[in-house]
Design a protein around this ligand. Structure first.
Ligand code: ZN
Length: 125
């Protein structure tokens, strides 16, 4: 069993909590109903301005990230943080440092049929 060192887990936990607060702070700039409900339903609004559209698009991304960060915090509590959700191999620390909320390893994230959210991080590695 390839357990991650306790020290690393504490560091990633802190990174995740910081990111969680940051994302929430950004989401809070917009009216609550635009992100607590289904963000996508707002796209059918007829008189939406370009600025509103951009705000919603950003919200959508932020909301997605918030869910990932929350899921990672949950995995941390469950003691399974740092394992790939698909192949269950350990996610490299290099990857976790760049993307502490990564839920799949680099190998699985590179598979075309995996809808893991990497937001272009792969292309920078
Ligand atoms: Zn994997």
């Amino acid at each position: 069993m390839n357990m991650m060192r306790q020290h690393s887990l504490v560091v990633y936990g802190q990174l995740l909590r910081i990111e969680h607060e940051r994302v929430r702070a950004r989401l809070n700039r917009f009216p609550a109903q635009s992100w607590t409900g289904d963000v996508r339903s707002q796209e059918t609004e007829p008189a939406i301005t370009h600025d509103q559209y951009l705000a919603l698009a950003v919200n959508d991304l932020e909301l997605h990230k918030l869910r990932q960060v929350q899921a990672s915090l949950q995995r941390l509590r469950d003691g399974i943080y740092g394992s790939c959700e698909i192949c269950e191999q350990r996610i490299s620390e290099k990857r976790l440092r760049v993307l502490p909320w990564a839920n799949v390893c680099l190998h699985c994230a590179a598979q075309p049929d995996v809808r893991a959210d990497t937001h272009g991080v792969l292309s920078h590695e």
